[in-house]
Ligand binder design. Structure first.
Ligand code: COA
Length: 225
């Protein structure tokens, strides 16, 4: 359930969820100069998507379509997968209690550089979810993906009293040949839990996936990364 999976299934947050998320990572109208919890060491911050992000998001997805396609479920034709409808789905996800989608913005100029989000959020005794992410072509290899994933995990694990989601576990499913993604999850401290044949239909085929995960105990355990 990595990257594109979350990127293509997507609404603006309801008041409660929006406040929770944005208090930690920055929402519409969020003033980073006052309190900068969403900024990361690689110079990006996370923000819940709003309609004003449409143009930048769609332009980046269209420009990155060739790189993203091998790692995403197909969603209709190319226009449906990478055009306006991909942003409609993202906004839809923002309204769901089961999703927490974020756009990754570059701190220096607020450009959208990619996406990271939590999906299929279970509460109750499971308190688990999936993380997904992608970085647009012009911005890969600069540490943005790693930093954004860290900020997103912090949101997942922070207690609700501190503006987080209070989850216990976060999982990523990754195609074994996706070395960049595997490097990323290693870097943020996730561990490989298993291997599932024909786990997800990606780019039109049932693809094997490695399943990587981290629990809040690992996230909190010293020494931190
Ligand atoms: C996976 C992805 C999000 C990584 O984002 P990113 O911002 O480029 O990653 P970062 O810059 O934070 O990390 C770069 C690191 O990954 C390593 N890396 C990059 N590409 C790599 C590759 N093909 N093989 C191995 N390592 C790779 C770099 O060496 C670097 O490590 P270093 O800092 O130790 O040198 C990005 O490649 C992407 O969007 N891929 C397509 C979508 C996708 O696969 N999403 C995940 C699906 S599970």
């Amino acid at each position: 359930m990595c990257s594109a999976y979350s990127a293509i299934v997507g609404r603006p947050s309801d008041q409660t969820a929006g406040t929770l998320r944005t208090s930690l990572v920055g929402g519409a109208g969020y003033d980073r100069s006052m309190d900068d919890p969403g900024s990361t060491e690689a110079g990006v911050y996370l923000r819940t998507p709003t309609e004003t992000d449409r143009e930048g998001f769609v332009a980046l997805r269209r420009a990155s379509a060739v790189s993203l396609a091998p790692w995403e479920p197909r969603a209709g034709d190319a226009e449906e997968q990478f055009g306006d409808q991909s942003f409609d789905r993202l906004l839809d996800r923002g309204e769901s209690e089961a999703d927490a989608p974020f756009l990754i913005h570059r701190t220096s100029d607020d450009e959208i550089v990619g996406y990271v989000g939590l999906g299929q959020i279970f509460r109750g005794p499971f308190r688990s979810c999936y993380i997904g992410y992608w970085i647009g072509d012009p911005y890969v290899g600069r540490g943005y993906g790693t930093s954004a994933a860290r900020a997103c995990l912090q949101t997942a694990f922070a207690p609700e009293s501190e503006g987080g989601l209070g989850l216990h576990r976060v999982e990523a499913g990754i195609i074994p040949t996706n070395h960049a993604s595997i490097a990323l999850v290693r870097r943020v401290g996730m561990r490989k839990e298993g291997y599932s044949p024909r786990y997800l239909e990606i780019n039109g085929e049932w693809q094997d996936h490695e399943r990587w995960a981290i629990t809040v105990e690992d996230w909190d355990a010293p020494p931190r990364r």
